[in-house]
Write a protein that binds this ligand. Structure first.
Ligand code: DCP
Ligand code: MG
Length: 381
């Protein structure tokens, strides 16, 4: 007779967006190992292997109990083949040789370090590695070749490596609200990303900004950023307007304005430190020296992403920016393959009926897709 666990294993839906993935789960030894294999595949630009490992990780995170044997893994979606071997080795011997080899591999370690710098992607890190760059010190000699973004990433490296706590995220939220409400009292500001999913820390803080009156959004974020800058609270920013998308529902805004910033978050205990933070020149050569320590200045650098969305697209933007990345990827894959609908952060397009499906809430989007609603805290895939 099938045990309840066996039933759960054999009936686990294949798409991540069809099931709940809580923050805390029962198989972290396995997922930690598989995540290293996924990252190594990502560094090698092997999309297929990256997705294979990532899907196995997401399945194990959804499992409401601890997996006992590799035999059980064969019932689970995406946990066969290579993943099953890894699972077996770990469950039987505690470690996986392949994972241990990767962890001690020089190129893996260098890629991990270099891609950890703000503004450095896999291709840049790979090129640097081929040029002999192994650590931050090696980068000093090539400083003139770095982009402004990368130089800023180096400058605040230590601060940006340090996870942002929920308490810090809430203080960032207060700063962002102070700045925006100054220019528009009815603006709506929502913290998205990992913190909306209940994470206790993150690598940045993400916000979504909207207003029922679309014209109130014009220039709003720019004004708020300039105000924060005048207070010395912005160390760096760049703005990206997303390329024109056929999904845009709004007539005034053809893409979401996104500001990628690094803020100087004043320490909680110090008072009026915001006025003492000096304006920063990102390009000065001697700034490499700042790498040594960013601590005990009364503030820390925090990455903050700010996105403006027209009100009509807000539920789609909220769903798109809450993540996790893998949950989003699976939602889009499910929409297209199972429902012939194209989903992004602007809207949902039914390719058979040839129409956009408006929504007033995230719940309504799940309904359009014929999916059971999954709350943000269960989207930690
Ligand atoms: N996002 C996405 N695809 C991208 C970038 C972002 O789907 N290429 C969405 C999903 C992410 C969310 O935006 O969850 C926020 O992006 P982050 O990179 O900040 O991811 P998290 O907030 O989930 O992680 P962290 O807690 O480390 O910040
Ligand atoms: Mg985030």
């Amino acid at each position: 007779l099938a045990t309840p666990e066996k039933v759960l294993r054999t009936q686990m839906p294949s798409y991540t967006c069809q099931r709940r993935t809580p923050l805390n789960h029962h198989n972290s030894t396995l997922t930690d190992a598989l995540e290293i294999l996924a990252r190594a595949a990502f560094f090698q630009s092997s999309e297929v292997r990256y997705l294979g490992f990532t899907r196995a990780v997401s399945t194990l995170k959804s499992l409401p109990f601890k997996l006992q044997s590799a035999e059980e893994a064969k019932d689970l979606p995406w946990c066969g083949g290579h993943c099953k071997t890894v699972i077996q080795e770990i469950l039987e011997g505690g470690v996986c040789r392949e994972v241990e080899t990767i962890k001690s591999n020089e190129q893996y370690q260098a890629m991990q370090l270099l891609t950890g710098i703000y503004g450095v992607g896999v291709r840049t890190a790979e090129r640097w590695y081929q040029e002999g760059i192994r650590n931050l010190n090696d980068l000093k000699n090539t400083e003139s070749k770095l982009t402004v973004e990368q130089r800023t990433g180096l400058q605040y490296y230590k601060d940006l490596q340090q996870p942002v706590t929920r308490e810090e995220a809430e203080r960032v939220e207060q700063l962002v609200k102070d700045a925006l409400l100054r220019f528009s009292p009815d603006v709506q500001i929502t913290m998205t990303g990992g913190f909306r999913r209940g994470k206790l820390e993150g690598h940045d803080v993400d916000f979504l900004i909207t207003h029922t009156n679309e014209s109130a959004l014009t220039g709003l974020l720019e004004n708020a950023i300039n105000w924060l800058k005048s207070k010395g609270l912005i160390l760096y920013y760049h703005m990206k307007k997303r390329k024109h998308t056929s999904h845009a529902v709004s007539s005034l805004m053809d893409g979401h304005e996104t500001y990628y910033t690094i803020c100087a978050l004043p320490s909680s205990s110090s008072q009026n430190t915001d006025l003492e933070v000096k304006p920063h020149n990102f390009v000065a050569a001697e700034q490499m020296a700042c790498l040594k320590s960013q601590i005990s200045k009364g503030w820390r650098a925090v990455r903050v992403d700010l996105v403006v969305t027209p009100h009509a697209e807000y539920p789609y933007a909220l769903l798109g920016w809450t993540g996790s990345k893998h949950f989003e990827r699976e939602l889009r894959r499910f929409s297209l393959h199972e429902k012939k609908m194209s989903l992004n952060s602007h809207g949902l397009y039914d390719t058979e009926k040839r129409c956009y499906l408006p929504a007033h809430s995230e719940e309504e989007i799940f309904k359009h897709l014929g999916l059971t609603y999954i709350s943000p805290s269960d989207r930690n895939a």
